[in-house]
Design a protein around this ligand. Structure first.
Ligand SMILES: NC(=O)c1ccc[n+]([C@@H]2O[C@H](COP(=O)([O-])OP(=O)(O)OC[C@H]3O[C@@H](n4cnc5c(N)ncnc54)[C@H](OP(=O)(O)O)[C@@H]3O)[C@@H](O)[C@H]2O)c1
Length: 247
């Protein structure tokens, strides 16, 4: 796969699924802008892994939950790079808790990072894609955005929202040759899922027909496909990569 012409921004591209996406896109030839918010070392390590393999990468810090920070950082990136042709909206957080005790602060933070962050980032990037008359945007949703999950109302609402956002954007931007899709991962082995208790992890594993957790690289493969010309007739879709969990 040759993505030499592409400049890809991966939000939350420093760890976990985002890191795997950054590395896969970088190895395929794209110049990768690795976004992070707090862990600069992890971001540098990810960029280093790409350059070590002969690719092009740099890091960029902004909080996708902060509208002004996101807009300013992307404006600056577009001044420097002239275009961003692939956007992976991956940055996300969980704040789990039962509905009756769930705080509005947590709701706002989960929605601001996972859903509004993807909207604001897309809005800032799309201008350059419209000028180029091409681009691919991939929202990292989740299987629970389709199935729901007890204790994750805010997270599931945000992830379901990303699917609606992907479809609306796909319809709105198709005439400009900009494709917008979502990837819905199942239970993937990252820092995010390591936060779950052993009992929670066991219960989830039992619900996965393929009988194991997914690897971040398996999500990156789906992202790579959606970023590449191999999927040039695919838009407005949700690609579920979950070991059969949600079927
Ligand atoms: N793991 C799973 O099983 C799973 C399943 C379905 C969907 N997903 C989704 O996949 C995405 C990645 O998950 P993951 O498991 O790889 O998570 P992770 O290991 O916790 O990594 C999260 C990444 O997002 C960045 N980030 C967090 N908040 C941010 C913010 N406000 N602004 C910019 N970057 C931010 C982090 O940067 P710092 O290191 O700087 O904090 C880090 O690079 C998320 O959207 C998640 O909801 C994950």
């Amino acid at each position: 796969m040759n993505l030499n012409q592409e400049i890809a921004l991966v939000t939350g591209g420093s760890r976990g699924i985002g890191k795997a996406c950054s590395v896969a896109l970088g190895k395929a030839g794209a110049e990768v802008l690795v976004n992070y918010v707090s862990n600069a070392t992890a971001a540098e390590e990810t960029a280093h892994a790409i350059t070590q393999a002969g690719g092009r990468a740099s890091t960029v810090r902004f909080d996708v939950g902060n509208v002004e920070q996101t807009q300013t950082a992307i404006e600056q990136l577009l001044k420097e790079k002239k275009k961003i042709s692939v956007l992976v909206n991956n940055a996300g957080i969980t704040r789990d808790g039962l509905l009756m005790r769930y705080s509005l602060e947590d709701w706002d933070q989960v929605l601001a990072t996972n859903l509004r962050g993807s909207f604001v980032t897309s809005q800032a990037v799309v201008r350059s894609m419209m000028k180029e008359r091409r681009g691919s945007i991939i929202h990292i949703s989740s299987i629970v955005g389709l199935t729901g999950n007890p204790g994750q109302a805010a997270y599931c609402a945000a992830k379901a929202g990303l699917i609606g956002l992907a479809k609306s954007m796909a319809r709105e931007l198709a005439s400009r040759n900009i494709r917008v899709n979502a990837v819905a991962p199942g239970f993937i082995d990252t820092d995010m899922t390591h936060e779950l208790t052993e009992d929670q992890q066991k219960a989830i594993l039992q619900a996965i027909p393929l009988g194991r957790t997914g690897k971040p690289e398996e999500i990156a493969n789906a992202v790579l496909y959606l970023a590449s010309p191999m999927s040039e007739y695919v838009t407005g879709q949700v690609l579920v990569v979950d070991g059969g969990m949600g079927m």
